[in-house]
Design a protein around this ligand. Sequence first.
Ligand SMILES: [Zn+2]
Ligand SMILES: [Zn+2]
Length: 193
Amino acid sequence: MRALVYDGRLRLRDDYPPPKRRPGESLVAVSLAGICATDLEIVKGYMGFHGVLGHEFVGRVIESDRPGLVGTRVVGEINCPCGRCAFCRRGLGNHCPSRTVLGIQGRDGAFADLLALPDGNLHAVPDGVADREAVFVEPLAAAHQALITSEDFAADVTVYAVLPVDQVASLEAAIANLTAGQSALVRLGEPST
Ligand SMILES: [Zn+2]
Ligand SMILES: [Zn+2]
């Protein structure tokens, strides 16, 4: 398959082996992927990651053991915890020391025709949300998480999409401007470039 691979050098390959789906994982055909600052850091050596880059994506499930998932348009959580350690057993999988992270640590990412993620990491995208909007779910979730874990932020804010923004910092600013208990429905604009 086609894949943008970093192995000390960044190269586009068309002979990269497709990911092997483990039990409990689905295979996703990537429709659209986003590039973020983390990707730019990885090609400077951050995390020592070698493999397929990319962790912001929208795609369609083409293979899964879970009934009903095949054919679903999805976005995905990027942390894949081991499920067995003390952190995982306490529901703190995002802190699992053995976790893999899509396109960042121990798991090939989204700049490829196909990726594999645990079924439970996948979230169906509603029909009314375009691919160009859905691809921003991961950075939006990361920005939201950074804010709700900061102590002075009340957590019961619901955000469905976000205004024309290019940067996670702008996403954070957009979320921070909401007050507790509010919901916001705002639309993603066309890229400003
Ligand atoms: Zn990112
Ligand atoms: Zn674990």
